[in-house]
Design a binder for this molecule. Structure first.
Ligand SMILES: N[C@@H](CCC[C@H](N)C(=O)O)C(=O)O
Length: 281
């Protein structure tokens, strides 16, 4: 079988995008892991699957898989690439594209300066819906991080779970070690994405993210949305701010009781086709 795919990235968070409306694929964990292998496959942080919608008034269904193979609920950088993909492949001629994910609906739109604007929906704070183990909802929590001591964190869902902590300097933050420890912290039963947020001023912050199921990536869109929400809730960020990630900048807007709006770039790198299953001969 020949598999057609597109390699894309949003600020260096990289994706393989597959049109599964015109191609039949068997989305097993083994398939995702083999395609995601950077040495023996194509390689990506996430695999994005374009499907026909299942709900009325929706234009597409969008499925997301981490490189580790498991399906996840949301991906912000992926959402922008999804918009660029369906427009450039002429799968739609709509200006505003409504997309269903496994647990939410999001709206995508090209801006006049050729960036992509995404309405990511409202952040979720209810512990059981994140999921996060806590007796009651609080604006921030203290958790035990072993050798790193007690840490103050924000626990937020943007459809997928995020833990955000403030650091003095992202460059020296222990992203690999503390990120891995918190990713599998028992208080986050479905694991968690971990954001290290450094406030520069009320309109600008730096962020590094250790992603669940991947490790540190160049950027994480939902991580930037969750960090923005945490920064506003802690009184450190205005309602619009620039978040600088390793791979570039995102503009994020949020105020209480409202959707999070994210604006940033989405880039097609190349088109490819490969024989499937992968053989070594
Ligand atoms: N890179 C993403 C998030 C992808 C999913 C995440 N690793 C998870 O497991 O929830 C983004 O841009 O939001």
């Amino acid at each position: 079988m020949e598999l057609h795919f597109t390699k894309m990235h949003g600020l260096g968070n990289d994706f393989v995008v597959i049109d599964a409306i015109s191609q039949d694929i068997d989305l097993t964990e083994a398939f995702v892991q083999a395609l995601g292998d950077r040495h023996f496959g194509v390689g990506f942080d996430q695999l994005l699957i374009v499907q026909a919608p299942t709900q009325k008034n929706m234009d597409f269904k969008y499925r997301i898989f981490n490189a580790s193979g498991e399906e996840v609920e949301q991906c912000g950088n992926g959402a922008r690439c999804f918009a660029r993909f369906v427009i450039e492949q002429k799968l739609t001629n709509k200006k505003i594209i409504n997309v269903e994910t496994c647990n939410a609906n999001i709206t995508l739109e090209l801006t006049q300066d050729n960036l992509v604007k995404v309405d990511m929906g409202q952040p979720v704070f209810e512990p059981k819906d994140i999921p996060f183990l806590a007796n009651q909802k609080q604006s921030s929590y203290r958790i035990d991080a072993g050798e790193f001591g007690q840490l103050e964190i924000n626990a937020i869902s943007m459809g997928n779970p995020h833990c955000v902590l403030l650091v003095d300097d992202v460059q020296t933050a222990p992203v690999a070690t503390l990120g891995a420890l918190l990713e599998s912290h028992p208080d986050f039963p479905k694991k968690v994405n971990v954001g290290f947020l450094q406030i520069i001023d009320s309109k600008h912050a730096k962020l590094r993210v250790y992603e669940r199921g991947v490790g540190e990536t160049q950027a994480c869109g939902t991580g930037a949305c969750a960090a923005m929400v945490a920064g506003v809730m802690r009184g450190k960020l205005d309602n619009e701010a620039t978040l600088t990630l390793l791979g570039g900048d995102l503009t994020i807007r949020w105020q209480a009781e409202q959707s999070v709006i994210m604006i940033g770039d989405a880039v097609r790198v190349f088109e490819g086709k490969m024989k499937w299953p992968i053989t070594t001969q």
